[in-house]
Design a binder for this molecule. Structure first.
Ligand code: NAD
Ligand code: UDP
Ligand code: UDP
Length: 338
């Protein structure tokens, strides 16, 4: 469409001589909302490395400049402090919409899922950009089908404490499909299952970050309930590859993006002990309301249509986040004068 920045020209020097760049790869302008967050910052790294121009929109609600500081000064990178609940004018080719208060401690406070998604869809409609929504496995609620396929409609409490997250994302999916059907916007929907890795929020109460931080701080690992509930944990690089495959592919989705390796919280605690501190102890705490008993993605659809599957099992991925956590915990303690 007219007015969009499209970089077709240029020649790249290679051993084969000069190859016209525009024929194999087109440099794009891409917005990542929530790009200062955990998943977003890893996605931005991948897009920048690929050679694209990236604009991050973030209000730093849970995200941090630290996650992007290595890109400051890169002329292909731009960071805008902005709340997506307010409209914005930009000209880009693709929009990855990740902005969302993503953990129970934070998500109660913010209408981002509805207003933010509406604005980004309005933007996509105006400029003819492709829009990708990062939805969540929480749309399946406390599932009565196991593992969960994309065809499952879910079992969600509309008025519970978690509802503004589950139902917010369900509304975001509805809006996305309405703009697709009604306004012809090119859309993609990912349903992301529990993801972990470096740059995860230290204290947003997620189980992997809690256990890893607790083990490093020599505190007991807090297991909620009987610890027999299950989750399936995906390493962040696998997710980023899945998001890019989805954006670049021809299928709208929704697609489950997750690692089917399923663990009870007690098993996860064991892996954390093996990885960080075999002497770590466990402390049982009451569980939160409406906590899903089990969760495991059926990823056959993404395997078949996106040719994607996760590659990093929990026992390989967990060690990859320990250094990052150690450094940040150390800095925090120094900050307190300890
Ligand atoms: P995160 O909290 O690290 O990142 C979210 C980012 O959005 C933060 O940088 C935050 O500052 C920003 N943000 C929040 N509200 C905003 C607003 N109104 N305007 C602008 N920016 C705003 O969380 P994450 O784990 O990186 O999650 C990214 C996306 O993936 C979210 O949409 C989340 O729902 C989805 N998701 C994540 C997981 C997971 O396990 N990490 C699982 C399912 C879905
Ligand atoms: N919007 C935006 N940037 C744009 C275009 C739209 O932020 O470039 C916002 C707009 O302010 C509105 C929302 O997206 O709140 C939905 O826009 P749309 O045009 O679909 O709806 P309308 O404005 O017609 O109600
Ligand atoms: N959980 C736990 N200890 C903690 C934090 C969470 O046992 O310190 C449990 C929580 O009750 C849930 C599971 O771990 O059953 C996953 O919680 P998380 O918030 O990480 O993800 P979600 O519930 O959104 O899948």
């Amino acid at each position: 469409s007219a007015g969009l920045a499209r970089y077709q020209g240029g020649f790249a020097p290679t051993r084969m001589g000069r190859v016209p760049v525009g024929i194999t790869a087109r440099r794009m302008r891409i917005v990542v909302t929530g790009g200062a967050g955990f998943v977003g910052s890893h996605l931005v790294d991948t897009l920048i490395a690929r050679g694209d121009d990236v604009i991050v929109i973030d209000n730093f609600f849970t995200g941090r400049k630290d996650n992007l500081v290595h890109l400051f000064g890169n002329p292909r990178f731009e960071l805008i402090r902005h709340d997506v609940v307010e409209p914005i004018l930009l000209e880009v080719d693709q929009i990855y919409h990740l902005a969302c208060p993503a953990s129970p401690v934070h998500y109660k406070y913010n209408p981002t899922n509805v207003m933010g998604t509406l604005n980004m869809l309005g933007l996509a409609k105006r400029i003819g950009a492709r829009f990708l929504l990062t939805s969540t496995s929480e749309v399946y609620g406390d599932p009565l089908e196991h593992p969960q396929k994309e065809t499952y409609w879910g079992n969600v409490n509309p008025i519970g404490e978690r509802s503004c997250y589950d139902e917010g994302k369900r509304t975001a999916e509805t809006l996305t499909m309405d703009y697709h059907r009604g306004a012809g916007v090119e859309v993609r929907i990912a349903r992301i299952f529990n993801t972990y890795g470096p740059r995860m929020c230290l204290d947003d109460g997620r189980v992997v970050s809690n256990f890893v931080a607790q083990a490093i701080r020599k505190q007991p690992l807090t297991v909620y309930g009987d610890g027999k509930q299950t989750r399936s944990f995906q390493y962040v690089s696998d997710l980023v590859n899945g998001l890019v495959a989805l954006m670049e592919g021809e299928h709208v989705g929704p697609f489950n993006l997750g690692n089917p390796g399923e663990f009870t919280m007690l098993e996860l605690a064991e892996v954390v002990k093996e990885t960080i501190d075999s002497s770590a102890t466990i402390e049982y705490k009451p569980n939160t309301a409406d906590d899903p008993h089990m969760r495991k993605p059926d990823i056959s659809k993404a395997k078949e249509l996106l040719n994607w599957e996760p590659k990093v099992p929990l026992r390989e991925g967990l060690p990859l986040m320990v250094n990052d956590f150690r450094n940040r915990i150390l800095n925090e303690d120094e900050g307190k004068g300890m």
